[in-house]
Design a protein around this ligand. Structure first.
Ligand SMILES: NC(=O)c1ccc[n+]([C@@H]2O[C@H](COP(=O)([O-])OP(=O)(O)OC[C@H]3O[C@@H](n4cnc5c(N)ncnc54)[C@H](O)[C@@H]3O)[C@@H](O)[C@H]2O)c1
Length: 292
């Protein structure tokens, strides 16, 4: 199957990035949002990002011609001629299922449905449609235009040709696809989340201070940033939510939230986005580590 036209649901952080890389790769793209103002916000971000890429000289055509392949709308009917529809709306199982139910009758019979979910079971989402064999996970990473990886998630119902098409599509976007199955967390979060939670437990047990643990993993393992810096970037609320989904699936302590993470979330300290987490970002260029 050949993909000509891409549909994207949601024009937030991830949806706008997916739309941008798809248009840059030469596909026609229709992005659906709930309100026009979210399209405008997302498209403004795309404009800014394309301008930066143009300045760096990494685009093969002018931003305007890429932009011309992008269309934003609040009307789902405009997805009728898309060959693949990638959903990147809020991480809420009921919202996503409602969305899939509503577009199943609009999309062509052979259109591939893909979800960008980070933690919800792809199999649970496909149950809201009549196309279980044409449903996959395409898990992009933030920021989408810069991050090379896409986890391509197959379920027990995925047809081989659909999976192969999705792998080829990810390559056409300039990404490196990795094959994985529908197990909560896929590859990256399955390995990353226990590591981040262990860093919090190590701190709780007095193994080291927040900056010392961060420096140890940066300088000792060559990681680009330490676990607490990364946790504050990802958002402690998001990590806390993911621990619930993962613990619910595996019932293993390594996926359970340490008490300190829960306290930080209860206090509303979600990391960089709220100005406070494991570091204080009153001056964002000089984060001050907490000492709980
Ligand atoms: N943020 C990340 O780092 C990241 C990384 C990988 C995957 N994801 C996943 O991507 C998805 C989107 O995350 P995000 O960070 O872009 O969220 P976001 O809040 O930035 O964007 C979500 C967008 O979806 C829109 N939306 C909500 N309901 C809708 C509907 N019914 N129809 C159309 N649009 C709707 C919202 O208006 C919003 O603009 C989630 O499933 C998330 O788990 C996020």
């Amino acid at each position: 199957m050949t993909i000509h036209k891409v549909g994207v649901l949601g024009c937030g952080l991830m949806g706008s990035g997916i739309a941008q890389v798809s248009a840059t790769a030469g596909f026609k793209v229709t992005v659906v949002e709930v309100e026009q103002k979210f399209i405008e916000k997302g498209f403004a971000g795309i404009e800014k990002s394309l301008t930066k890429f143009a300045e760096k000289g990494t685009l093969t055509e002018k931003p305007d011609s890429i932009r011309a392949r992008l269309k934003g709308t609040t009307n789902k009917q405009e997805l009728a001629d898309c060959d693949i529809i990638i959903e990147a709306i809020v991480e809420n199982v009921e919202e996503k299922k409602k969305m899939y139910e509503s577009i199943d009758g609009i999309a062509k019979k052979d259109t591939i449905f893909a979800t960008n979910t980070s933690s919800i079971s792809v199999t649970e989402l496909l149950s809201a449609t009549n196309r279980p064999d044409r449903f996959i996970g395409l898990h992009f990473f933030n920021p989408v235009p810069l991050m090379k990886l896409v986890e391509v998630v197959r379920t027990i119902a995925t047809a081989n040709d659909v999976y192969d098409t999705a792998i080829e599509f990810a390559k056409k976007l300039g990404k490196v696809p990795v094959r994985t199955s529908d197990r909560t967390g896929f590859i990256v979060n399955r390995l990353l989340v226990p590591y981040l939670l262990d860093a919090i437990r190590a701190y709780e047990e007095g193994v080291g201070s927040i900056p010392d643990i961060d420096n140890a993993m940066k300088l000792g393992c060559g990681y680009p940033m330490g676990p607490f810096t990364l946790l504050d970037f990802v958002g402690l609320d998001t990590t806390y939510y993911i621990t619930h989904v993962m613990y619910d699936e595996f019932k293993e302590r390594r996926f359970a939230s340490p008490p300190l993470l829960k306290r930080l979330v209860l206090a509303g300290w979600y990391g960089r986005k709220t100005g406070k987490g494991f570091y204080d970002y009153a001056d964002p260029n000089k984060p001050v580590p907490a000492n709980f």
